[in-house]
Design a protein around this ligand. Structure first.
Ligand SMILES: [Zn+2]
Ligand SMILES: [Zn+2]
Length: 326
């Protein structure tokens, strides 16, 4: 491993909410070296770029960054997906499915999945890529009140941000087609989905969320909403609840529903399911129970291998008698 006493010309600081991978990329560019040279200097030749850096984040890498920046280890880990450990999921794993975390599918030097959303306006203003861009409920920029993008606006390729050249301020060429990623048309927001994003960030910040008249912990909120989401849209053959809803936005095009886990869905496909969640949570469980009784859904649709959190289990207990005739 290279000694920490290496002299660097530039010392870009880690911004609040910045993703570790983006900061490493900025650090390399500021010091006029490639990402792979930085990798050799920091890590003695052990490759971290062919991995999902923000998820993989090996201890050695974090320790080196702590030395470089003089920050605490907790602060550095907050630049990785480890910051959501214990809230969105019990334990961060390097591979496999994690609730609410979008996969990027690193393959050699590129990414296969559209798993990191960004705001073109923030990018154009020099704001960093945020670690929150990896969250499946992150659909809009709070600062610019606009929909995020999960791909290059011109060629629709997943953006490998570690390959974006940082030569000229305000111009960020797509590694695939060269279009400026900072220039993209504005697209209409789905307000209810945006409200759900607000709700999720508030839960992360405060440690709880108000669901109907009940205050639930953030852990139970995220576990329950993920189960609810799967029940609403996860199984095509059990469709029915939202299709009969009296809330118009819930009657979303069911035929377009992907069969992969929600975290793999493209941003546009995630908008309406998230809006549906918000609609149900606002007066939980009244509207949900009305729709459940009208459509006669099976309770098992909302069951998981783990026990449902009480706020969800209580509502499920209410719909069980209505299913006896099914
Ligand atoms: Zn923005
Ligand atoms: Zn492109």
């Amino acid at each position: 491993m290279a000694p920490v006493s290496l002299q660097w010309c530039a010392h870009p600081q880690l911004a609040r909410d910045e993703a570790l991978s983006w900061w490493l990329h900025r650090f390399a560019w500021a010091n006029a070296i490639s990402n792979h040279t930085l990798e050799r200097q920091l890590f003695g030749g052990r490759a971290f770029w062919p991995r999902d850096v923000d998820r993989f984040a090996p201890v050695l890498l974090v320790d080196q960054c702590v030395s470089l920046l003089g920050l605490s280890k907790e602060r550095m880990e907050a630049a990785t997906l480890r910051r959501y450990e214990g809230v969105l999921y019990p334990r961060l794993t390097i591979d496999g499915w994690l609730p609410w975390i979008m996969p990027v599918g690193v393959f050699h030097r590129t990414q296969q999945h559209h798993g990191h959303a960004y705001c073109p306006h923030c990018l154009g203003e020099g704001r960093p890529m945020r670690v929150a861009g990896r969250l499946a409920f992150e659909i809009a920029c709070i600062r610019h009140q606009c929909l995020l993008w999960d791909a290059c606006p011109r060629c629709d390729a997943p953006v490998t941000f570690a390959r974006v050249q940082l030569i000229m301020a305000g111009r960020f060429p797509c590694p695939a087609c060269g279009a400026n990623l900072a220039v993209a048309p504005r697209r209409p927001l789905v307000r209810r989905a945006f409200a759900f994003e607000h709700r999720c960030h508030a839960a992360l910040r405060q440690g709880f969320s108000q669901v109907g008249t009940t205050r639930v912990s953030a852990v139970e909120f995220f576990a329950g909403t993920r189960i609810l989401l799967r029940g609403l849209y996860g199984r095509r053959y059990l469709n029915g609840l939202t299709d009969t809803s009296t809330i118009r936005c819930l009657r979303w095009a069911s035929a377009a529903r992907p069969t992969t886990p929600f975290e793999h869905w493209r941003l546009q496909a995630r908008l309406h399911p998230l809006a549906a969640l918000e609609a149900y949570l606002r007066d939980w469980p009244k509207q949900f129970l009305r729709d459940a009784r009208r459509s006669g859904v099976y309770r098992c649709r909302f069951e998981s291998t783990a026990a449902n959190p009480p706020w969800l289990a209580n509502a499920m207990a209410e719909i069980e008698p209505a299913l006896s005739h099914v």
